[in-house]
Design a protein around this ligand. Structure first.
Ligand code: NAP
Length: 359
């Protein structure tokens, strides 16, 4: 692109000079001073044309070479990942990296790729079996601990209050950390055993008070589950991590979460790839000159939710991070909201009936 522009420039510029020189008396171009000005400015202008066209092209493609965020095209656009306030006076980066279904042996490399690309928020879980790989990547990255936000989640076989702190200490050992930033009850399991997720929640709060985690929250909690833990303990979770994507906007659970003053984290933000061929999304992606995944992730960001797309593919890891140099219009946001298919759009189990407990 830059080479083409420079070629055109070189071809056109002498023509302009020829025209001008017909009026050289008026422009003074046949003087020594005029020749010096031309000799100096022609290479400067060619260099500028090369730089400007390549820089614009790279940003249109959403490129972040080496994970370095390019300067904004528009001075009003902030390219950094926003942080959102949590209700316990801490903050969380709105964009992170999820590691569900990344095999343990590939996790360190994937997380290192994400950290190099600029991600500073990692979402793992006891259930994923890959906390150790996350910890190894954090250690190898050399990034100061205070610049990172690390979440893990209580496995379904650790709901007994006696198991909460024990299992979190084991997670910390695997992660190589002395505390996590956020610890979540992974699933409420209302039909398992006595279904007493309130006792589990009390033990989570104790783990926070002991300093094993900075914040505590829940995941897959329906509005009535949230109402119950808040009414019975007075402790509001910092976040509720729930399934949200264009085919399942899950607005009832989002609204209940916000009503309690907690932040919404949207899991499976691109529906594990199921939304990527949608014609409405493909059309919007063409209009804004971004990928469909970037459009969907940007939709979440503009709805105010926290997202952590998962990928093991370096180019996708980088592209999923390039969300802050474009915006969707109100009409585009509304068109994506309209793709909701309600409960039929769920990819995961319904939290009221999810009862899988590992041995
Ligand atoms: N709390 C919960 O119960 C719960 C449940 C599910 C997920 N989560 C969290 O949410 C995170 C994200 O959800 P998820 O992993 O289920 O699904 P996701 O992020 O919606 O989608 C991941 C899938 O999309 C592909 N992909 C990623 N970026 C892409 C791109 N730019 N273009 C095309 N394909 C792309 C990935 O393929 P490749 O990897 O092959 O590139 C992978 O197959 C998880 O990792 C986890 O941290 C939480």
């Amino acid at each position: 692109m830059g080479i083409v522009a420079a070629g055109l420039f070189v071809a056109v510029f002498p023509g302009n000079i020829a025209q001008l020189t017909e009026h050289r008396d008026a422009f003074g171009l046949d003087t020594d001073r005029g020749r010096v000005i031309r000799l100096f400015f022609q290479p400067v202008l060619i260099a500028w044309a090369l730089w400007a066209t390549d820089a614009v092209g790279a940003r249109r493609a959403g490129a972040c070479p080496g994970g370095i965020v390019p300067p904004p095209l528009d001075a009003d656009v902030d390219m950094t990942v926003p942080t959102l306030a949590l209700n316990d006076a801490t903050t969380i980066p709105q964009l992170g990296f999820g590691v569900f279904q990344i095999p343990p042996e590939s996790t360190k490399e994937a997380v290192l790729t994400a950290l190099r690309a600029g991600y500073r928020h990692i979402d793992t879980a006891q259930m994923y079996g890959n906390e150790q790989g996350v910890g190894e990547a954090i250690a190898e990255s050399g990034i100061p601990r205070e610049e990172l936000f690390v979440t893990t989640k209580l496995n379904n076989n650790n709901h007994d209050p006696a198991d909460v702190k024990r299992s979190l200490r084991e997670s910390l050992d695997r992660l190589g950390l002395d505390r996590v930033d956020l610890f979540l009850i992974h699933w409420p399991l209302p039909t398992v055993g006595d279904g007493d997720f309130v006792a589990t929640w009390r033990a989570m709060v104790e783990a926070r008070e002991e300093g094993l985690t900075t914040s505590v929250g829940v995941s897959n909690f329906q509005p009535d589950h949230l109402d119950r833990i808040v009414a019975e303990t007075g402790e509001v979770p910092a976040v509720n991590q729930i399934e949200v994507h264009p085919y399942f906007t899950n607005d009832a659970a989002r609204e209940a979460t916000r009503r309690h003053g907690a932040q919404v984290e949207a899991w499976s933000p691109i529906a594990q790839g199921a939304v990527l061929d949608d014609p409405v999304l493909v059309g919007i992606a063409g209009d804004v000159e971004r990928t469909v995944a970037q459009v969907v992730l940007r939709w979440h960001i503009q709805r105010g939710d926290i997202v952590f797309p998962k990928s093991v593919t370096p180019a996708r890891i980088e592209a999923n991070f390039a969300l802050f140099d474009f915006a969707l219009s109100e009409d585009q946001m509304a068109a994506i909201n309209a793709l909701d298919t309600g409960d039929e759009g769920r990819r995961g189990p319904h939290p009221d009936v999810m009862d899988i407990v590992p041995d």
